[in-house]
Ligand binder design. Structure first.
Ligand SMILES: Nc1ncnc2c1ncn2[C@@H]1O[C@H](COP(=O)(O)OP(=O)(O)O)[C@@H](O)[C@H]1O
Ligand SMILES: [Mg+2]
Length: 243
């Protein structure tokens, strides 16, 4: 049984079909990439999986249990957590406070939430910033805080929505081992990202979406050689850089 089974999920916004009959399987322990042009429906798919939006139709099984249409809080309790494309910490609050917000998904006890949050901050090498207000963090630090907040909920499945967007190439290079390390602790990851270096480096399998539809799936090597994927997303420029 796959950890996550998305079956024929469709999400309509009045006239627009943002996600169109998309199916995907994620096995426990995998890192799976999702790529596609802006507006392809990647974030909407995450919203459906994490419960921010109910799908119009289709099924989403997590650990064999139907989660389509459940509320975000309940889905988070079951073990799915997502990060947001636009990082939105409570800016005037500290790094520790923001991380504890995530930790409270798993415990009501203040000291336990603080303990768990500190563990996560240590794991991400962000504990030295615990008392700093979030708005004074650098962009890479804010991205790490977003990961910390998500990890503090103790997810089984982590949905990463462009966590590396806006980072410099050297900062992306620093982020890759962190994501791998998260995966090695037993967290299954689905990652939406435009930075192909990151997607190719991390993903065991890639899904490609365009205009809401899945147009390809497979191992990275095959997917980037797929004519339709090159035409819809990668472009000849990417292909040229690979030779
Ligand atoms: N809440 C919403 N209401 C109406 N349209 C939306 C909403 N969210 C996304 N869309 C539309 O759905 C399409 C897919 O968007 P999105 O999932 O954000 O794409 P991606 O993340 O792949 O860039 C876009 O055309 C977008 O404008
Ligand atoms: Mg998006």
């Amino acid at each position: 049984m796959s950890l996550l089974e998305v079956k024929n999920v469709t999400k309509r916004f009045s006239g627009l079909v943002a996600v169109n009959e998309v199916s995907m399987n994620v096995e426990e322990g995998q890192i799976v990439g999702v790529i596609g042009p802006n507006g392809a429906g990647k974030t909407t798919l995450f919203n459906c999986i994490a419960g921010a939006l109910p799908p119009s139709s289709g099924s989403i099984l997590f650990d064999g249990r139907e989660v389509a249409g459940k509320k975000p809080y309940d889905i988070c309790q079951l073990g799915i957590t997502r990060t947001f494309q636009v990082v939105k910490p409570f800016g005037s609050k500290t790094v520790l406070y923001n991380t504890m917000v995530g930790a409270f998904a798993q415990t009501k006890l203040l000291h336990e939430a603080e303990h768990n949050a500190l563990e996560v901050l240590k794991f991400l090498h962000l504990d030295h910033k615990k008392d700093v207000v979030s708005k004074s963090l650098t962009l890479p630090e804010r991205k790490k805080l977003e990961l910390a907040r998500a990890l503090a909920t103790k997810p089984k499945l982590l949905l990463l929505d462009e966590v590396m967007a806006g980072l410099r190439p050297s900062e992306v290079t620093d982020m890759l081992p962190i994501i791998r390390k998260i995966n090695e602790t037993g967290v299954t990851i689905v990652i939406v990202e435009h930075i192909m270096q990151a997607i190719m480096n991390l993903s065991e399998k890639i899904y490609v979406v365009n205009f809401g539809k899945k147009i390809a799936e497979g191992v990275p090597h095959d997917v980037v050689a797929n004519e339709e994927v090159i035409k819809a997303y990668l472009g000849d420029a990417y292909v040229a850089t690979q030779h």
